[in-house]
Ligand binder design. Structure first.
Ligand SMILES: Nc1nc2c(c(=O)[nH]1)N[C@H]1C(S)=C(S)[C@@H](COP(=O)(O)OP(=O)(O)OC[C@H]3O[C@@H](n4cnc5c(=O)[nH]c(N)nc54)[C@H](O)[C@@H]3O)O[C@H]1N2
Ligand SMILES: Nc1nc2c(c(=O)[nH]1)N[C@H]1C(S)=C(S)[C@@H](COP(=O)(O)OP(=O)(O)OC[C@H]3O[C@@H](n4cnc5c(=O)[nH]c(N)nc54)[C@H](O)[C@@H]3O)O[C@H]1N2
Ligand SMILES: [Mo]
Length: 755
């Protein structure tokens, strides 16, 4: 039965007993107490498996239980006792399943055998693995052009499977690689190379111990990368200033009690996290960054010794152009765009100036804007001014999402592959890969809408729920000839299907993989470029599951009957795959099979850490983004900027519960967080149901009704609500102009009263 929604502010510190209780509850709900506890003990331990939740690295395993509340939820939902069998699909037609919520679909448990959609009955029916691969092969072989297929990857897929998937797709003939990174940290991948020569972060975990100041911008650490809370708590206890910049005062970034700190737990104590909370307007970060740089330039001109000129002169290019952009800015404009006073910007600039080693961590609050990539270049400018690269405790730290999203990109999931990679691939596998760029996520959806794409294969994920423009995207997906979803759990993507459709169930991260050559392990690259092995400990949820690697190889064998690549060998022996990875990436992956034996893995080479810049001019570059807008201005006095965010109880499109404890929302996800003055100005009252409609340029009407408006400490003109429910408001064309990342944090909307 649906429980009644309620809303009550959360007054305690985040973490603590609330987190411990939530952990116990989810293990119980998924009935995995014994099994789950065993698995939890092996999670993130040498010889065990990597947490399937976020991409934050593991500390050095000195603690007994290296997991967090949300890691436990991810694991519990993966190791659940519930199963979806052929009888389940017999009972429920696809049309009936469509009426169920995402939460309900997720609750049904693990998928257990391959299924094929039967149009005559509107049910999924069992299909053998052989027939499933044959069907995929047939569809792919029959396309007029390889570019009519779109191959999606979500970020849980391990390196070995992702690497081979990339090989298979390129031998098939296309670079159409839409992936979850295209909706996430793509601005990092595309924006940072021009600045510092690498599209990744430059810090490692130990840097937290040396940082003299930490910035956390647009990232909800306590919910989305809770293991990082340990580092923030430690830094705070050492007296390191922590500046958080966010339109929402996220609970854990204010006060946190470590569930693993026995004394704090016993005394109900907690640690203050943010030394300074900067309550920015949505999209106002650019003005703050420029305000800080303005102060740095001015003080350096007056007092000297503020900018690290040795570093700037030796390592960088472009500082004059940056100064010319920054100096003329007026404080009035900076304050107006950011919503932050000059005094506060001065205060945080002083923290930055005083620190000899600063780390800037950021998340979706910076990437998902129309000029997200260029905004990140401004973050990098700020770091460059004080030489905050290539010294302990300093650098840029994109907090990545999926546990292996960074690794997947490193091993070839890339619609714009480099020449070096393609040349190496050609040599290692003896075929000529396609050279022209393929589709990223937004382009792949556009191709489906135009009828140009015919086949969609999803390696994990829940594509239709993650992408913008839900209604139009559903329609585009349904027009395809074949949709294939390689998944652990049932999701909407299985129900919005092509004429032919397959669900292929896989072995999950926490489960063992046995092949003809014995037990195999896989490898993962975390957000700090550390590569470690991961070996599941649980028995697979069903005997009919296959590892992702085998599925890739079998698809390749079916689609490419003339391929001379020894796919069958790779099914059994993952060392052979790692040898090939080493061959294709000699600079970073040489001796892969040797190095991976180290219990804590190894770090991939990272140029900026050694002040080596792989840019065309061999320098780190100051780059200019003129003005103060990260999104196109909208000429409408009623406009509100909508940020679509995650609750504490979801993993992307997987909804663990309808609660969001730290924001005080229970049993409801259809809510809008709004400033009380914006509520009053519109003649609304908190708790009232409203609608939101998008202000867009393309004459498409996008509206969601029946949203409960909640009074919240969010700046005026900024509102927030939950992803994926609000994705129908996000136009496909509303994305970062450099990287194609949907601007999901700044949708221009207006209130429309519910009928
Ligand atoms: N438990 C759990 N863990 C996860 C995930 C999950 O769904 N659940 N998802 C994983 C994935 S794929 C990713 S990418 C990460 C996502 O992790 P986050 O980056 O933390 O993602 P979001 O919840 O989307 O929101 C980010 C924050 O940005 C703030 N924000 C919004 N607009 C702005 C702005 O204009 N400026 C600033 N400064 N801040 C803004 C929001 O208030 C919010 O606190 O987490 C990963 N880890
Ligand atoms: N409006 C809005 N839209 C967004 C965002 C936002 O903040 N706002 N965030 C964007 C971001 S950052 C991201 S990363 C995307 C996420 O997009 P996706 O990565 O596509 O979505 P997930 O919800 O993580 O995918 C969940 C599904 O993955 C499958 N799965 C889980 N584990 C495994 C596994 O080990 N192997 C395989 N093969 N399958 C598995 C399960 O079937 C599960 O249902 O969404 C994006 N969309
Ligand atoms: Mo993400």
């Amino acid at each position: 039965m649906a429980q009644k929604p309620s809303y009550k502010p959360y007054k305690h510190a985040a973490g603590g007993w609330g987190a411990a209780a939530a952990t116990a509850k989810v293990l119980m709900q998924e009935s995995v107490i014994t099994k789950g506890s065993k698995a939890l003990l092996s999670m993130n331990k040498p010889g065990g498996f990597k947490c399937p939740s976020c991409a934050f690295p593991d500390p050095d395993c000195t603690k007994t239980l290296e997991f967090c509340e949300n890691g436990a939820k991810a694991l519990a939902h993966e190791a659940t006792q519930f199963r979806i069998t052929r009888e389940f699909f017999e009972q429920h037609s696809v049309t009936e399943l469509m009426k169920q919520s995402d939460f309900w679909l997720e609750k049904q448990g693990r998928l257990t055998e391959p299924m094929r959609y039967d149009a005559a009955t509107d049910h999924y029916v069992p299909i053998s693995w052989d027939d499933a691969f044959e069907l995929i092969g047939k569809h792919l072989r029959e396309l007029d052009s390889p570019h009519q297929a779109e191959f999606y990857t979500s970020g849980r897929t391990p390196n070995e499977a992702a690497f081979l998937y990339a090989v298979m797709i390129r031998q098939f003939g296309t670079n159409n690689f839409p992936d979850c990174s295209n909706m996430c940290h793509e601005p990092t991948s595309r924006g940072l190379p021009a600045s510092i020569g690498i599209g990744k972060g430059t810090v490692v975990l130990e840097d937290f111990e040396h940082a003299e100041a930490l910035f956390v911008i647009g990232q909800n650490t306590g919910t989305n990368s809770p293991r990082m809370m340990t580092n923030l708590v430690e830094a705070s206890k050492r007296g390191v200033p922590i500046i958080t910049i966010n339109p929402m005062p996220e609970r854990a970034l204010m006060k946190f009690a470590e569930p693993q700190d026995i004394i704090q737990m016993a005394t109900f104590g907690s640690t203050k996290i943010s030394s300074e909370f900067v309550h920015v307007r949505i999209g106002g970060d650019l003005a703050i960054l420029k305000g800080m740089m303005k102060i740095i330039f001015e003080r350096d001109a007056k007092e000297g010794g503020i900018i690290d000129w040795d570093f700037v002169n030796t390592h960088t290019d472009g500082i004059d152009a940056l100064r010319a952009d920054i100096e003329p800015l007026e404080w009035e404009d900076i304050e107006q765009h950011s919503g932050i006073s000059r005094e506060q910007i001065e205060r945080i600039a002083n923290v930055y100036i005083r620190s000899n080693a600063t780390m800037i961590c950021y998340g979706m609050g910076l990437t998902q804007h129309q000029r997200g990539s260029k905004l990140l270049q401004q973050v990098s400018n700020l770091l460059l001014l004080k030489g905050n690269y290539g010294k302990p405790g300093a650098g840029i730290a994109p907090i990545r999402g999926h546990s292996n999203v960074q690794g997947d990109r490193t091993v070839g999931i890339d619609e714009k592959p480099t020449k070096e990679y393609l040349d190496n691939l050609a040599k290692a596998f003896d075929f000529e890969p396609p050279r022209e760029h393929g589709h990223h996520t937004v382009e792949s959806v556009a191709a489906m809408m135009k009828g140009e794409a015919r086949v969609f294969i999803g390696m994990g994920g829940n594509f239709v729920r993650a992408i913008p423009d839900t209604a139009a995207s559903y329609k585009a997906m349904a027009s395809l000839d074949l949709t294939v979803n390689i998944s652990t759990k049932l999701n909407r993507g299985h129900l919005i299907h092509g004429k032919d459709a397959l669900i292929l169930p896989v072995v999950s991260r926490s489960e063992q993989i046995f092949t003809a050559k014995g037990e195999q392990f896989v490898t993962i690259e975390d957000a700090m470029s550390n590569v470690t092995s991961s070996k599941g400990v649980l028995a697979p949820a069903s005997d009919s599951l296959k590892p992702e690697t085998e599925i890739v190889c079998r698809m390749a064998m079916a689609a490419l009957p003339d391929s001379t690549i020894p796919w069958a060998d790779y099914i059994d022996d993952y060392d052979l795959i790692r040898d090939k990875i080493a061959e294709v990436y000699p600079a970073i992956y040489s001796d892969f099979n040797e190095k991976i034996k180290h219990p804590h893995g190894f770090h991939l080479y990272n140029g900026p850490r050694e002040r080596v810049w792989k840019t065309p001019n061999g320098k780190a570059n100051f780059l200019v983004l003129p003005g103060l807008e990260v999104n196109d201005p909208v000429d409408d006095a009623d406009m509100l900027r909508l940020s679509t965010i995650r609750s504490h109880d979801q993993f992307n499109t997987t909804i663990y519960s309808n609660n969001d404890r730290y924001r005080g929302v229970y049993n409801d996800r259809m809510v809008v967080f709004m400033n009380i003055d914006d509520i009053k100005e519109r003649g609304l009252t908190p708790g009232e149901k409203i609608g939101l409609k998008t202000i867009s340029q393309d004459n498409v009407h996008r509206e969601i009704t029946e949203l409960t408006v909640l009074e919240y400490a969010i700046p005026r003109g900024s509102i927030a609500g939950y992803y994926p429910e609000l994705n129908p408001l996000l136009p496909l064309d509303y994305h970062d102009r450099t990287s194609g990342t949907p601007a999901a944090k700044s949708i221009p909307v207006k209130v429309a009263r519910s009928a």
